[in-house]
Write a protein that binds this ligand. Structure first.
Ligand code: TXA
Ligand code: MG
Length: 311
């Protein structure tokens, strides 16, 4: 679908799927509660899980949230791009978007199609990832179509990063609520006191993080990157297992069907959700992880959420 037609649907209160630099989003007018409700309905998303609001300029950002000086710093460095900031919300954002929270997640995507769509629609666009709840996020238009055969899609080809935006909560104790395409190491350069989110009672601050996510159809057993010998021993007992692994290890598991994930953390992030969406032969998937540094931390976070077990 053309961007202008999609913008018309957004203005009329409808829902469209569009590409971003991270994953495809399922968007609607963030200022229209009925339109936002249609997103929750389509996804089967629990109503206590808030949506990210996508903006096309700083002016639009300050129409939806209170921008603090720390926020300004990160915005100037990382926008447009895969950084979502959790900030105090303004009145223009209906509570359907934020699931009743007083804060709102906002980001300015860098994908030209996403930016054009927001500009042409003239409103901020609320959009979660365009997958049915619980499924891996979509990184191609084909992934979106397989989850939502009847929703209009702007096809922008495969998404660049392949994992979602990094979610940062600002305030006196800034924290990373979700690892993502921008590594924590890069954010620390600008905000040295930022920490990974701490939650003592097991209740994550970002409501989305408590749900089982990204799960492929067959059960997945994940081995950390330094557990390759126990993985080999496990595979001897599970001959029909399909193996997902960094491409340089593809030759080390003879007799098994192999899904190469690519080389290096960026490439593996880019390919990850396609690999998790592939229908594999065999009744069990076994995956070799990567070091949790840089974007590798987001890759391992998603694999751990997709896995039945991590060893
Ligand atoms: O890259 C991305 O962020 C993609 C593209 C489409 O922009 N979007 C995305 O949205 O991943 P979604 O809905 O799949 O994930 C949003 C995450 C959830 O974990 C949600 O709970 C959290 O952000 N979130 C949103 N608003 C929040 C808020 N006010 N407070 C805490 N967490 C929030
Ligand atoms: Mg999602």
């Amino acid at each position: 679908m053309e961007i202008a037609d999609a913008a018309r649907i957004i203005m009329q209160g409808g829902v469209v799927a569009f590409p971003t630099e991270t994953v495809y989003g399922l968007g609607a007018d963030a200022t229209n509660p009925q339109a936002v409700h249609r997103i929750f309905e389509a996804k089967g998303r629990p109503s206590d899980n808030p949506l990210i609001v996508h903006v096309s300029c700083k002016g639009m950002a300050s129409s939806v949230a209170e921008i603090s000086s720390d926020a300004e710093l990160l915005i100037d460095r990382f926008w447009p791009g895969p950084l979502t900031l959790i900030l105090p919300k303004k009145q223009s954002v209906p509570e359907e978007v934020t699931a009743g929270l007083a804060s709102v997640g906002i980001r300015m995507p860098s994908h030209p199609i996403a930016l054009d769509l927001i500009r042409l629609s003239g409103v901020p666009i609320a959009a979660p990832s365009a997958n049915r709840s619980g499924r891996p996020s979509p990184t191609t238009a084909g992934h979106v179509r397989s989850d939502f055969p009847h929703i209009p899609i702007i096809d922008g080809g495969p998404c660049k990063h392949g994992v979602e935006s990094t979610v940062v909560r600002l305030g006196p104790l800034p924290a990373i609520l979700r690892q993502g395409a921008i590594p924590i190491e890069q954010i620390r350069e600008f905000l040295p006191r930022i920490m990974p989110s701490q939650y003592s009672d097991g209740k994550p601050e970002s409501p989305g993080m408590k749900y089982l996510h990204y799960a492929p159809v067959a059960p997945l057993i994940l081995f950390r990157h330094d557990k390759i010998s126990s993985m080999k021993a496990f595979l001897k007992r599970n001959e029909s297992a399909t193996v997902l692994c960094p491409s340089e290890h593809a030759g080390e598991f003879p007799g098994h069907a192999i899904v190469p994930l690519g080389s290096g953390p960026e490439d593996i992030a880019h390919n990850l959700y396609s690999a998790l969406r592939t229908e594999h032969k065999g009744d069990i998937l076994v995956c070799l992880g990567i070091p949790p540094a840089g974007i590798g931390a987001a890759v391992m976070d998603r694999l751990e959420r997709a896995a039945r077990e991590t060893r």
